[in-house]
Design a protein around this ligand. Structure first.
Ligand SMILES: *Cc1c(COP(=O)(O)O)cnc(C)c1O
Length: 360
């Protein structure tokens, strides 16, 4: 068996030890005689798995007791509709900050449910920056302010938590949740799909302050009503049980690594290695402004895009895959989430140097 260094943006690499444990427990979870996939979501075994996953997530992120943790489905794209349905709360409009492909999608979907004010946009920089907070045109009567904390495609990440006053801050954290400590109390709601930094696709994490729920639009499907899900421990419908189990194993792994502070140090070391190399090279370049470069997704371009195919082919020969950039941006993108070891980034930089020597 050979495992590759998988630089996929999502679904993405998982810690190998988690996959091994899941493999060991596949046919018989801890003497139950069955796979987690085969368990009733209301049975005592799965209830324990679910409770442990929630409690580890609360511990890792330091989630205050007045926040609900929901394990839902529908992904972040589902949340693009579910958020306005739940969070408009009788108000007519919400503010959105436009920093790239994912915030554009959020804005487009939210417009089906309310008046959406684009409070700031970095479109004028080709989405290579985050608009300075002082330039945001916020409406004090907005139901909430929505940001995407890490633009997975553009590789642009907030390195500050914007102060938006009394209006609840809502963040799509799909691609940087658990990559570093976060002060959850500064947010009204945090959501994210699991398949970048947490576990398998199919699970969506929602962390929401409890005073903000219970006023969903009447058209809201029950399965997507935060209050109904909170009142039912996220089991109004059958939750994505296997994905929750794997997420729980990943949470344990993060804790064993030293928690989110250790994750941040690990992620900073990997990102620094790659960005420092990009900045010293005349052959490769990263288009993103330095103060908002993502620790998770590193887009870069070769001087001559005619070499892109050869670069990808050579990477594959060295067991490094999924480096092709998103079609909307072109070039390359290395996604280096929590589970990517430092050795993976070292191997990538070594390869990039060799490729430059051969083609530069
Ligand atoms: C991947 C991603 C999404 C889309 O998530 P789905 O699970 O496919 O719905 C949305 N926002 C961000 C920031 C992402 O990285």
């Amino acid at each position: 068996m050979t495992r590759v260094f998988n630089f996929s943006a999502g679904p993405a690499a998982l810690p190998e030890s988690v996959l091994r444990q899941a493999a060991d427990e596949m046919l018989d979870w801890q003497g139950s005689g069955m796979s987690v996939m085969e368990m009733s979501h209301r049975g005592k075994e799965f209830i324990a798995i679910h409770a442990e996953a929630e409690s580890l997530l609360r511990e890792l992120l330091g989630i205050p007791p007045n926040y609900k943790v929901l394990f839902m489905q529908g992904g972040a794209i589902g949340e693009n509709a579910i958020v306005p349905m739940n969070m408009l709360r009788g108000k007519t409009s919400a503010d959105y900050v436009d920093t790239g492909e994912w915030s554009k999608k959020s804005i487009k979907e939210a417009k089906k449910y309310g008046r959406i004010n684009v409070a700031a946009s970095s479109a004028d920089t080709g989405y290579t920056s985050i608009p300075a907070r002082q330039t945001w045109k916020l409406d004090p009567d907005a139901a909430y302010v929505h940001i995407c904390s890490n633009e997975t495609i553009g590789g642009v990440e907030y390195h500050f938590t914007p102060d938006v006053g009394a209006v609840p801050l809502v963040a799509d954290m799909s691609s940087d949740i658990l990559s570093r400590p976060v002060d959850v109390s500064k947010y009204g709601l945090i959501y994210g799909g699991a398949q970048k930094n947490i576990g398998p696709a199919g699970l969506t994490i929602v962390i929401v302050r409890d005073d903000l729920i219970g006023q969903a639009l009447p058209i809201t499907p029950s399965a997507f009503d935060y209050k109904q899900q909170a009142d039912n421990d996220s089991m109004l419908n059958t939750p994505p049980t296997y994905a929750i189990y794997i997420a729980g194993l990943v949470f344990r792994w993060i804790k064993a690594q030293g928690g989110l502070a250790a994750m941040e140090a690990h992620n900073r070391a990997k990102a620094a290695l790659l960005y420092d190399f990009l900045d010293t090279s005349g052959f490769y370049r990263c288009p993103v402004a330095r103060d908002c470069r993502s620790l998770m997704n590193v887009p870069f371009k070769l001087k001559d895009e005619g070499l892109d195919e050869a670069f990808l082919k050579g990477a594959k020969e060295r067991a490094m895959v999924q480096l092709k950039g998103h079609r909307s941006v072109g070039g390359m993108r290395a996604s280096i989430y929590n589970a990517m070891p430092l050795a993976g980034v070292q191997a990538l930089v070594a390869y990039m140097k060799d490729f430059e020597k051969a083609h530069g």
